[in-house]
Design a protein around this ligand. Structure first.
Ligand code: ADP
Length: 623
């Protein structure tokens, strides 16, 4: 039997180091992780045997066995499930393919470099990421695994001390499934290391963390399983304790934290199903990655069918975890068929409504919980405003946005509307890169003067949904940087207006490459000028987003608005009337345009030319 020594992938090696030296205080959880993997392996084997009648496997007594050996100081977790091939072992155990792992390691490195709280930070991150099988190395100095993939004749023996490499060898006589043997570290209560070679200790942990596992978990000589085995979602709600829900959540989500909210729903009659869903208390690491996992587990009458069933959950609710157990589906159903299945579509519809109404209830009854939900997951939920027209209203009701009304607390649209003073007939917002840039933008001036609240929308997704949501509660959603704004201030008399006509015409020609129109503004109180778009025009932030994606945005010329009360504007009007052909005034016009761009946080097309023109003016003023 030849043994091959293989190196762990770099990321895997780093995670292992973390586990070995982990200060994660609750070391007991490694057992939950191993049993969770075994349970999955049994689910997969049962399904495979349904789907392939010729598969040469024994499904007569699928179970998990946990054995302790105080003498040898080992703990063994055994299942007769799907097992792994040699390639599986190398690919699944030797590497970490889960999206988000690279980011997690980057965060860990950053935490380390910042010193101090690095250990706490790493424990926290491990808790968020969950690292399954590797958590064995919190309690074992060496881990052995013998496994045989269902349908294959021979198995593999895997062994590692977690220090950079592992050994793989053939295991010709391996039984069906997977046996994992932990060679335990010394007991160290202070370090959270209990005596995992003691059957009583282990039994208590199994009961505590894995009671809901539907496969029998057997220990020692007892024939009765240690766990009660009832599917949590089929038990009456009042029977299930919060701790049980939490452990089940951890089992299905691979998250080590507690769920933020548990949701149950069911339907009886012709089309029966039960669902047990969870909202996480933090954003999953891969929430904004392209290949992020989505969907809940699908069961048919307690039989596991698939993980990550996308057909049941829309993309904007991809953080929802849990189980849907449907009574009337074929066990052979494929992902493709599911997308078309009417019953699945009906469940999905109800599930979405239930999640949205749960968040709504949270908003009404538990502001703090809602705030956590929104700050962690709101960015994903807002995508639903774009993709889920049917539920747009319900989604709008649970959104909250940063606002000029409060520097810290975001506001719901409902609360915004309730604060609208008499005379204000629209919900005002502005999109942009940052709160600071938006608050300092000239567009804000008249609204501030008037005491009108403005929503400050700084997520990239905001740029898109605002174009698709015309109103809330009968009030139009209006960008303060677009269209003509008239807040009913003092109207200029015709004579004053006429006085600016020549200036506007001259500026229109001088800046014709930059702007499509020059007009007098109603929205400025202090600044001399600002740039505004027409409704539907690309915003500067969207332009930047295009460029960031490597695309050249369509050129949008905006409108230059001038403040008729600004000395700079009146001065320019006078100077232009006196010296219509003065080249220097054209330079001033460009400066005015550049200033308007800068003030809203925009980017100059030719920063060097702007700086040169500014410098020339400064020199003149000092001369
Ligand atoms: P996770 O379970 O979070 O995906 P793990 O590191 O615990 O991560 O396991 C990685 C993969 O190894 C699993 O997804 C599974 O495919 C495989 N695996 C682990 N334990 C077993 C087992 N007992 N039987 C079969 N496959 C297993």
């Amino acid at each position: 039997m030849s043994t091959e020594t293989i190196e762990f992938q770099a990321e895997a090696r780093q995670l292992l180091q973390l586990m070995i030296h982990s200060i994660y205080s609750n070391k007991d959880v490694f057992l939950r992780e191993l049993i969770s993997n075994s349970s999955d392996a049994l689910d997969k084997l049962r399904l495979a045997s349904y789907q392939d009648k010729d598969l040469d496997v024994d499904v007569s007594d699928l179970h998990i066995a946990v054995e302790t050996d105080p003498e040898a100081r080992t703990l063994t977790v055994r299942d007769n499930g799907i097992g792994m091939s040699r390639d599986d072992v190398v690919g699944l155990i030797g590497t970490i393919a889960r999206s988000g792992s690279a980011e997690m390691l980057a965060q860990l490195r950053a935490a380390k470099e910042n010193g101090g709280s690095s250990e706490e930070a790493s424990a926290e991150l491990i808790g968020q990421f969950g690292v399954g099988f590797y958590s064995s190395f919190m309690v074992a100095e060496r881990v052995e695994m013998v496994t045989r993939r269902a349908g294959e004749a021979a198995g593999v023996h895997w062994e590692s001390a977690g220090e950079g490499t592992y050994d793989v060898a053939d295991a010709p006589d391996a039984p069906q499934g997977t046996t994992i043997t932990l060679h335990l570290k010394a007991v160290d209560a202070e370090d959270g290391l209990h005596d995992y070679a003691d059957e009583h200790v282990v039994k208590r942990i199994v009961k505590r963390y894995s009671d809901f596992i539907t496969w029998p978990i057997r220990m020692g000589s007892e024939s009765e399983p240690v766990n009660s085995r009832k599917a949590l979602w089929s038990r009456p709600q009042s029977d299930v304790t919060p701790e049980e829900y939490t452990e089940f959540y951890r089992h299905v989500s691979h998250d080590w934290q507690e769920p933020l909210e548990t949701i149950r729903l069911s339907a009886e009659g012709t089309f029966e199903y039960q669902a047990l869903l969870f909202l996480p208390s933090h954003a999953p690491m891969d929430l904004f990655m392209r290949d992020s996992r989505r969907g809940v587990q699908l069961y048919v009458k307690r039989v596991f069918i698939m993980d990550d069933c996308e057909a049941l959950v829309p993309e904007y609710l991809r953080f929802v975890k849990g189980v849907v157990d449907a009574a009337d589906l074929s066990l052979n159903v494929s992902r493709e068929i599911l997308q078309q299945d009417r019953q699945i579509q009906l469940i999905r519809k109800r599930l979405v409504k239930k999640v949205l109404s749960t968040v709504r209830a949270m908003l009404d009854t538990d502001a703090e919980k809602y705030a956590t939900f929104w700050s962690e997951l709101g960015r994903a939920v807002k995508e639903g405003l774009i993709s889920d027209g049917d539920n747009r209203q319900a989604i709008l009701e649970i959104c909250s946005f940063p606002t000029t009304h409060d520097a810290e607390q975001p506001t719901t649209l409902r609360d915004y509307v309730s604060r609208m003073p008499e005379g204000q007939d629209a919900i005002y917002y502005m999109t942009g890169d940052s709160r600071v840039a938006l608050e300092g933008s000239p567009h804000m001036e008249a609204f501030r003067a008037k005491g009108y609240e403005v929503l400050l929308l700084t997520d990239p997704v905001d740029e898109v949904w605002v174009e698709m949501v015309p109103e809330f509660d009968g009030k139009p959603l209006t960008s303060i940087a677009k269209g003509d704004v008239d807040l009913g201030g003092d109207d200029l008399d015709d004579e004053t207006k006429q006085g600016f006509e020549a200036l506007l015409a001259w500026l229109g020609t001088t800046l014709e490459d930059e702007v499509k129109e020059v007009r007098l503004s109603h929205r400025l109180t202090t600044s001399a000028a600002c740039l505004v778009g027409d409704p539907g025009d690309l915003t500067p932030t969207l332009e930047k987003m295009y460029r960031a994606m490597g695309q050249e945005p369509p050129t949008v010329k905006r409108i230059l608005e001038l403040n008729p009360a600004s000395p700079l504007v009146t001065g320019l009007a006078r100077a232009q009337a006196e010296r219509p052909d003065d080249d220097e005034l054209r330079g001033v016009a460009r400066l005015l345009h550049g200033m308007a761009l800068l003030a809203e946080g925009g980017e100059l097309a030719e920063p060097a030319a702007f700086a040169a023109a500014l410098s020339a003016q400064l020199e003149k003023s000092l001369a």
